[in-house]
Design a protein around this ligand. Structure first.
Ligand SMILES: Nc1nc2c(ncn2[C@@H]2O[C@H](COP(=O)(O)OP(=O)(O)OP(=O)(O)O)[C@@H](O)[C@H]2O)c(=O)[nH]1
Ligand SMILES: [Mg+2]
Length: 223
């Protein structure tokens, strides 16, 4: 279904179910600098998606993930493929810097679920996280998509809990989609398996997954 628009597609692996695609919607701000300015590599860049994706990949394969000091801010798109609970997952990691957020919506239509990563150790950025996420959720192409919000960086002493992130984000009108807030650390792996399990479970039961699979089948037939 994706192959026309994206270089990534769903390949079949024997014994696995194709469950689909997840949008990683990171928030990352370059403190007033132009987003594509690479000098923001000094740690001013905020949230932690590549690091998280590498951790997920290493937990679900025998391969070592990239070490955090080799990870640079995402300017285009990173793709991670993982097999968990006999289910094949494809993660799209999109850059979170403000100037890059406009490309997120190109991926909404075909996303089965959304993971939104918040830097739980940076409360000063919660307001921006909240407004960017509200915009994501208002988009009609993401209707009914399950939402996993991760309070990342739990290895840091000043990180707030998932409950506190939930309170700060104070999301309204989420009742039509499955969602949850979970605490994770992309450094030590806390909460990662629980997060992936939640996603797989919810996606398997989601009407949106059903709708996307039907549409993919119809596209195959018409081609
Ligand atoms: N302490 C701690 N630092 C983290 C964690 N996850 C990521 N970082 C650090 O946060 C910085 C940014 O991480 P990235 O993974 O590049 O974040 P990103 O959201 O992909 O950033 P963009 O690609 O710019 O959207 C890096 O310095 C990481 O090492 C974590 O769980 N704990
Ligand atoms: Mg990134």
């Amino acid at each position: 279904m994706l192959s026309k628009r994206f270089p990534v597609g769903a390949e079949d692996v024997e014994g696995t179910k194709e469950i689909g695609f997840l949008g990683f919607m990171p928030i990352s701000i370059s403190k007033g600098l132009e987003p594509v300015v690479w000098s923001t590599l000094d740690g001013a860049i905020v949230s932690k998606v590549d690091t998280l994706l590498e951790k997920i990949k290493s937990q679900y394969s025998n391969l070592e993930g990239l070490p955090p000091d080799r990870i640079v801010p995402t300017v285009g798109l990173n793709i991670g493929r993982v097999e968990a609970s006999n289910t094949k997952l494809v993660f799209w990691d999109l850059g979170g810097q403000p100037g890059l957020r406009s490309i997120w919506e190109k991926y909404y239509e075909e996303a089965h679920a959304v993971i939104y990563v918040v830097d739980a150790a940076s409360p000063s950025r919660f307001e921006d996280s909240k407004s960017a996420l509200e915009k994501v959720l208002r988009h009609e192409d993401l209707q009914g998509a399950p939402l996993l919000i991760l309070a990342n960086k739990q290895d840091l002493a000043d990180a707030v809990s998932a409950e506190e992130v939930a309170r700060y984000l104070d999301l309204k009108k989420l009742d039509e989609r499955a969602y949850t807030f979970l605490a994770v650390s992309s450094y030590d792996g806390l909460g990662i398996k629980e997060s992936v399990n939640w996603l797989v479970d919810v996606m398997e039961r989601s009407k949106r997954t059903e709708m996307l699979q039907l549409r993919a089948g119809a596209n195959l037939i018409s081609n």
